[in-house]
Design a protein around this ligand. Structure first.
Ligand code: ARG
Length: 400
């Protein structure tokens, strides 16, 4: 009895994988595992419905809390961003992979599989975690190189239906490849692959267009504690609820759309569209309050750490011990990152309009209205630029 556990999303690729694992790879039992990181309810229901038809058994893991506390909160502290992409899919993959591994070990499977192609980043993120076991690793999409048309034909031959349980038509003929979790939604494929093609409004689900967004601005008050958001407009909310609230408010104002060309790990440049209202708001606010609280030295050094952190996440290398070390540094800096940020949301923009913190390094001494002995700055100023002066002075070291 050969048993395989498949990371299952319910979409075309992973659905086609199920009969392939039986017919092409000779497995007797296929266990489909879907990990809930905040996909829409309907998508989860569809995955379950399809898996129950196609696979031998279906496991649904609720990882929403874990996703927020172990992925999104560290990301906020690290101002996580890769080339302007807020790292949604990238952050979720290793967590999904870890849960799939757990099921595979518990079920005594012989192999573990994912539906990623050989062109993207996701294969690297899944593989890195899957290879922590001795199980055979199968990636049918990468190994067989089917085109989307071939997949659709194969799916039709195997009676794989993409009628949605929610009756919304299903995603079989949807042109776009969408990956969604509670932090961000990514849309790619089809005409969008042409970087010159302007995305039609229909690809966006979380954000209003600038035209539809209300004219009236909305004020927002966010409270952070040790680098993590804990309340919105004075109302304390748990992480999942807080992110959903901000996605709704920000989305209404058209905040958090990204249209970019991104450097994939393999070196391909890919055109990507993202929606992430809560992420935009939280990252703007977090960066701003850090600027009020951290020292100049901390800020400069942390910028490098944040970047290294983001690159490891993008590459799917969160198991590198360096990642733990970077997190330890970041956590240390966040001990003082507590305070309030005020934002104004309007027509696609979340603008910080105020901030305050008991840990602010801001001093009133700088004010035009405060009388203070200023002559002490003279000595400082004398040596400021000292070496450049030596180079530039007539007959100085700068002669060539
Ligand atoms: N380019 C992003 C990343 O590598 C998102 C990929 C999402 N996949 C999708 N099918 N839309 O993290």
């Amino acid at each position: 009895m050969k048993k395989v556990v498949l990371a299952y999303s319910g979409g075309l690729d992973t659905s086609v994988c199920i009969p392939l694992l039986r017919e092409h790879y000779g497995y007797d039992e296929v266990i489909a595992v879907t990990v809930d990181v905040g996909q829409p309810e309907e998508e989860l229901r569809d995955a379950q419905m399809r898996a129950e038809k196609l696979s031998d058994s279906f496991v649904l893991v609720d990882a929403k809390q874990e996703f927020v506390h172990h992925c999104i909160f560290p990301l906020i502290k690290a101002n996580g961003c890769y080339e302007g992409y807020v790292l949604g899919t990238a952050m979720a993959r290793p967590l999904i992979a870890r849960h799939v591994v757990e099921v595979a070990l518990r079920e005594g499977a012989n192999a573990i599989a994912h539906g990623c192609t050989g062109k993207g980043n996701d294969q690297l993120r899944f593989d890195a975690v899957f290879r922590t076991t001795d199980l055979e690793l199968i990636a049918p999409m990468r190994e067989l190189g089917l085109t989307r048309e071939e997949e659709k034909r194969y799916a039709a031959e195997h009676g794989i239906s993409f009628e949605s349980a929610g009756g919304s038509g299903g995603d079989m003929d949807k042109r776009w490849s969408v990956d969604e979790n509670m932090w961000s939604r990514s849309i790619e494929g089809s005409e969008l692959e042409d970087p010159a093609f302007s995305p039609p409004e229909e690809v966006f689900r979380w954000t209003a267009s600038i035209e539809e967004a209300p004219d009236e601005p909305e004020l927002l008050r966010l409270y952070f504690e040790c680098g993590v958001p804990v309340s919105v407009n004075g109302e304390e909310q748990d992480g999942v609820a807080l992110i959903r609230t901000l996605n709704a408010i920000g989305g209404k104002h058209g905040i958090g759309r990204t249209d970019m060309v991104e450097d994939r790990v393999l070196g391909y440049k890919a055109r990507e569209i993202y929606e992430h209202p809560a992420a935009t708001i939280l990252l703007e606010a977090h960066r701003d309050i850090e600027q009020l609280i951290l020292t100049r030295n901390e800020l400069r050094f942390k910028e490098m750490v944040d970047r290294a952190w983001s690159e490891l996440v993008y590459q799917g290398l969160v198991m590198d011990p360096l990642f733990d070390s970077l997190n330890a540094f970041i956590d240390k800096t966040q001990e003082r990152v507590t305070g309030t940020v005020y934002l104004k949301l309007n027509k696609g923009v979340a603008r910080v309009v105020g901030r305050e913190s008991p840990y602010a390094l801001y001093t009133k001494d700088v004010s035009f209205d405060v009388k203070r002995e200023q002559r002490t700055a003279e000595g400082f100023s004398f040596y400021h630029g000292f070496q450049s002066r030596l180079v530039r002075q007539p007959g100085g070291a700068g002669r060539v």
